[in-house]
Ligand binder design. Structure first.
Ligand code: 2HA
Ligand code: ZN
Length: 275
């Protein structure tokens, strides 16, 4: 069994190529981490060998220690994953101390995981506590979401309200709203801690002037969340200044009742009043 031909690597090739073609992942923009269940690791690596030990620069939460992640490489381009997955991706197992990642496959040119690894691993830890089936953390630079972040106050209520009132799918896909962080220095443990804190409550977090984080039980779910935000932000931005019809609150109430949603509190009092 060759891990390079596994469905996991195949899914990463497909989604990175797709995201690149959306125009979201210019140059080395974006990164993805995929938690791989132990039964598959045993299947592909019956005699597990550590190729290299890579210090992580932070201490991983006990909930993710011993777990394996397939992760895009630092400085690597999404557009190149398909033609050379073994250089552009790596599979690491976080060791028992939580301080070192043991490389099992990939990063063939001596590379290592994304600079956003702290944010990814910290977000995995928080999402696993919320949903033990979470497998994916996905970060990308969607154009309209970034434009909307630049033209909207740094406010979860305001960002969520503008999205919910631009596309009837928005409240259905993310009733908990969208988490928002101000512009921060990326690639640091600090932004990782702040993002993971937001992920206790939200499945999507906007990094103002930078991009977005999403999560899910599989690639489709994480990608689907981000593409719904981006599509909605696109509608919002291209109609900015010309809007005649925003979604009325009674329609949002109707959607919440129809889909039995528990929407984010504080956006509309009519939504807060739903039993
Ligand atoms: O890896 O997207 O946030 C490139 C980035 C950093
Ligand atoms: Zn980024």
């Amino acid at each position: 069994m060759n891990f390079t031909d596994s469905p996991f690597v195949c899914e990463m090739k497909e989604v990175t190529a797709n995201m690149y073609r959306q125009g979201w992942d210019e140059r080395n923009g974006g990164n993805i981490s995929y938690l791989i269940d132990e039964k598959y690791i045993k299947k592909y690596f019956p005699k597990e060998k550590v190729i290299r030990k890579i210090p992580m620069g932070f201490t991983a939460d006990p909930i993710v220690r011993g777990k394996c992640f397939l992760v895009t490489g630092t400085g690597k381009y999404f557009k190149n994953v398909t033609k050379d997955p073994e250089t552009n991706l790596g599979l690491v197992r976080i060791d028992k101390s939580g301080k070192v990642a043991n490389l099992l496959w990939g990063y063939k040119d001596g590379g290592k995981f994304t600079s956003e690894f702290p944010a990814h691993i910290m977000c995995h830890a928080e999402r696993l506590r919320v949903n033990p089936n979470n497998r994916i953390i996905m970060h990308t630079h969607p154009t309209y979401t970034m434009a909307m972040g630049a033209s909207t106050p740094v406010s979860e209520l305001e960002f969520t309200k503008r999205l919910w009132t631009s596309n009837t799918e928005a409240i259905v896909v993310f009733p908990e709203g969208i988490g928002v962080l101000p512009c921060m220095v990326c690639g640091t443990n600090e932004i990782g801690i702040a993002t993971a804190k937001k992920m206790k409550k939200f499945r999507i977090v906007s990094w103002t002037n930078h991009g977005i984080y999403g999560c899910g039980k599989d690639i489709d779910e994480a990608f689907g969340l981000i593409e719904t935000v981006e599509k909605t932000a696109m509608v919002y931005m291209i109609s900015l200044g010309h809007v005649v019809n925003v979604i009325p609150v009674n329609v949002l109430v109707g959607l919440c009742k129809l889909w039995n949603l528990k929407p984010m509190k504080g956006v509309y009092k009519q939504l807060d009043a739903i039993k």
